[in-house]
Ligand binder design. Structure first.
Ligand code: SAH
Length: 262
C-alpha cells in the first residue's frame, strides 16, 4: 500500500524530515511521501536540496522565519490535498513538527498529520567525527529567538557540570556571536581545557567541513562556525582518536572497557 493511500480521500499533512543534505541521506519513506504529495511546501534552502524529488507537485517556497504563516497555509491546503511540509534533518528536532501539531490541534483537529523522521544534525555530525555520542548526551540550541538567553545559559551550565557531551545547534549567526563565546566560557568553568571539541559544517553537503580542536582553542576557529554548523563539546570521558590512520576524530567510550578486556 502506498504510504499516502490511507488518507487520500480528504487530504492530509506530512511533516517530512529530509536529513542533513545529500540525496542519499534522506529516508526512503520521506522520499516516497514527497514524490506522492500534491503540494510540497518549505523554504528555499531545503527545497534546493531535493530538486530531484520535485516533479509534478505544486511547490510553494516560503521564507525562513515565516514558520507560523507557512504552517497555517499548509494546514489550509491539506484539508483537500496531500501536503508535504519539509524540514531539514529531523522535523522533531528544532523543526516544524511541534508548531504543526500545535496549530492543527487548534484549527483543524480532524486533519490527519503524520511526522516522517529524518537524520538529525547531531547524528550526521557525530558520524563525521567518529563516535562522540555513544553514551548519554544533551542537545541545546543557541538560538535565542524563542528561548531566553538566560535559560540557554542555565541549561548549558547544567549539562557541562553533568560531564556529558553537549551538541550545540544554531551555534552562531552573523548577528548573534557573543552567546557562543559565553557558552565556551561556561564550559571551561566545568571541563578541562583539553576537552575535545568537534565542529561540523554542512554535514553531507558539498561544502562539508570537519574540524577537531580542544575547548581552550575553539575560539581560534570562531569564524568557521555559523548557522550551518553543529558543534560538539566533549564530556568528561570524551577523547580524541586517530581514524583511518591519520585523521583526528572524537569518541566518548560507552564503557565496554570497564567490563571487558579488548
Ligand atoms: N531539524 C534540524 C535542525 C534545525 S535547526 C535537524 O534535525 O538537523 C538548524 C541547525 O541545525 C543549524 O543551525 C545547524 O546547527 C544544524 N544543522 C542542520 N543541518 C546541518 C548540517 N547538514 N550540518 C551541520 N549542521 C546542521
Amino acid at each position: 500500500m502506498s504510504p499516502l493511500q490511507s488518507h487520500s480521500e480528504n487530504g492530509c499533512l506530512y511533516v517530512v524530515g529530509i536529513g542533513p543534505g545529500a540525496p542519499d541521506t534522506i529516508t526512503r519513506k520521506a522520499e516516497s511521501v514527497l514524490i506522492e504529495a500534491d503540494v510540497v511546501i518549505g523554504n528555499d534552502f531545503y527545497l534546493n536540496l531535493i530538486p530531484h524529488l520535485l516533479k509534478d507537485q505544486e511547490v510553494i517556497r516560503s521564507s525562513m522565519g515565516k514558520e507560523v504563516d507557512r504552517t497555517e497555509q499548509a494546514i489550509h491546503l491539506a484539508k483537500k490535498r496531500k501536503v508535504a511540509m519539509i524540514s531539514g534533518g529531523d522535523p522533531g528536532v528544532y523543526g516544524m513538527a511541534g508548531i504543526v501539531l500545535e496549530m492543527a490541534e487548534r484549527i483543524a483537529p480532524d486533519l490527519p498529520v503524520e511526522i516522517i523522521p529524518g537524520v538529525t544534525a547531531a547524528s550526521a555530525g557525530a558520524a563525521k567525527l567518529g563516535a562522540p555520542l555513544t553514551n548519554d548526551f544533551a542537545v541545546i540550541s543557541l538560538s535565542d529567538l524563542l528561548t531566553p538567553r538566560e535559560v540557554i545559559e542555565k541549561r548549558v551550565r547544567i549539562v557541562c557540570s553533568a560531564g556529558i557531551p553537549l551538541v550545540l545547534y544554531n551555534p552562531r549567526s552573523r548577528t548573534r556571536t557573543s552567546l557562543f563565546e559565553e557558552v565556551v566560557q561556561i564550559a571551561l568553568e566545568h571541563l578541562p581545557p583539553e576537552t575535545p571539541v568537534g565542529i561540523v559544517k554542512d554535514a553531507y553537503r558539498e561544502e562539508e567541513e570537519v574540524l577537531v580542536t580542544i575547548l581552550r582553542e575553539v575560539m581560534d576557529l570562531e569564524d568557521r562556525i555559523d548557522m550551518h554548523t553543529v558543534v560538539f563539546i566533549g564530556g568528561e570521558e570524551t577523547r580524541m582518536i586517530r581514524r583511518n590512520n591519520h585523521e583526528r576524530g572524537v569518541i566518548t567510550p560507552r564503557g565496554y572497557h570497564r567490563k571487558y578486556v579488548y
